[in-house]
Design a protein around this ligand. Structure first.
Ligand code: IMP
Ligand code: MG
Length: 379
């Protein structure tokens, strides 16, 4: 196993050598063989592309009962349906109606992918769905869905190799490597994004974080108001659009952010709040930072259950006496819109290995301790 490897633009260090993976795969295959020894019927092994291609191959060599094979890919997020499932199964090559399916995944992180797929397979008529994953990040997995077979549990860090990618690269490594946050220069300027549904406490946490870590808070709403108040060319352009009831285009927002970055070359870093909201904006932010030799280091995602978001929005609306915002359908709609808008952005950053989920429940100080612990890994 090589020492340190460069995948695209990030360094990774050895984490799980192939020999250990093999042993874990032996053990999980043995459990599946045991459970299916006297199975009446022929289960279908379902490989979830692209990540689990190597794992599925290794696993299937070890299975000693009759089984069929098919593969599938999930579309990225499309917009929330009433079931909460936001994705489509692509390229399912055989019918699974009435069949027992053993889903083979490379890794379960938050569990969104696997719970979506589980629901979609039952919808497509599968009689039973078993789940087998090579890796699980138990610290982030918060779903109720039972994972029948887990070959190995790992910590909540980003890895590549043995089918897993960083921006589509690194899948062909036999061993698994982990993002080397220690050798990433600690002195370089850092860029954090803070994510979370309405009421998650983003603003509160951002304010405490900039104080503790000496960072600069970039809120696109504040920037707009400041440019308008200062009567700059950008501000005037923005104001005329807002006055006409139009949205401020991405280009204007990005221009403001670029000038904010350029005006503060000496800060330790930035925390972005309320931006980016779409994958197009995320790509632009990346390009803007890359042009300055920088990157998004971590996306801090404050997680609170939808029920809590619901209560907080309703509570806030009641205090501020906004009658419309207390209507349950309107609140539910806002929550659904939040999910369908942010899921693609989350997938985007997950693919870059910078997405970090943080439990947002508890007191302000408890949440702050959790967010600070993650930030300290970078600063
Ligand atoms: P989930 O939907 O949050 O469970 O994420 C599962 C998907 O995220 C996997 O199928 C991978 O594509 C990707 N993923 C999660 N963690 C990692 C990682 O550490 N390295 C590479 N890809 C990952
Ligand atoms: Mg991936």
């Amino acid at each position: 196993m090589e020492g340190r490897i460069l995948v695209k633009d990030r360094y990774f260090v050895p984490y799980i050598p192939y020999e250990r993976l093999e042993k874990a795969i032996d053990a999980v295959a043995e459990r599946i063989n045991h459970d299916f020894k006297n199975f009446d019927g022929t289960p279908i092994i379902l490989c979830v592309l692209n990540g689990s291609i190597l794992f599925t191959g290794e696993l299937m060599k070890r299975l000693n009962f009759p089984c069929e094979f098919t593969s599938v890919r999930l579309s990225s997020y499309e917009g929330t349906l009433s079931t909460g499932v936001t994705r489509k199964v692509l390229g399912l090559t055989s019918s699974i109606k009435g069949r027992t399916v053993i889903v083979v995944e490379d890794i379960v992180d938050t569990g969104k992918t696997i719970t979506d797929l589980h629901a979609l397979l039952l919808d497509a008529g599968a009689a039973d769905v078993k789940i087998c994953t090579m890796l699980l990040k138990p610290e982030v997995y918060k779903k109720d869905l039972k994972l029948d077979y887990v070959a190995m549990e790992i910590e909540n860090r980003f890895i590549v190799g043995f089918g897993l990618d960083y921006d589509q690269l690194g899948r062909n490594s036999k061993d698994i490597y982990i993002l080397d946050s220690k050798t990433e220069e600690k002195t370089a300027m850092k860029h954090f994004l803070i994510f979370g549904p309405p009421g998650a406490g983003k603003g509160t946490q951002a304010a405490k974080l900039i104080e503790r870590f000496g960072l600069r808070h970039v809120s696109t709403g504040d920037l707009l108001r400041r440019e308008i108040a200062a009567g700059t060319a950008l501000g005037l352009q923005a104001k005329s659009l807002i006055d006409k009831g139009e949205l401020v285009p991405d280009k204007v927002v990005e221009g403001m952010i670029a000038s904010e970055l350029d005006q503060h070359p000496d800060v330790k870093g930035f925390i972005f709040d309320g931006f980016p909201r779409t994958t197009a904006q995320a790509e632009h932010l990346d390009a803007m930072l890359a042009a300055r030799g920088q990157q998004v280091d971590a996306v801090l995602s404050l997680m609170i259950p939808d029920e809590t978001v619901f209560e907080r929005i309703r509570h806030r609306a009641e205090i501020e006496n906004r009658v419309d915002d207390t209507k349950p359908e309107i609140i539910r709609n806002r929550i659904a819109t939040y999910h369908s808008k942010t899921e693609p952005v989350i997938s985007y950053y997950k693919g870059k290995g910078v997405y970090r989920e943080i439990d947002g429940l508890g007191s302000i100080d408890e949440v702050f301790d959790r967010v600070s612990a993650v930030m300290e890994e970078y600063l």
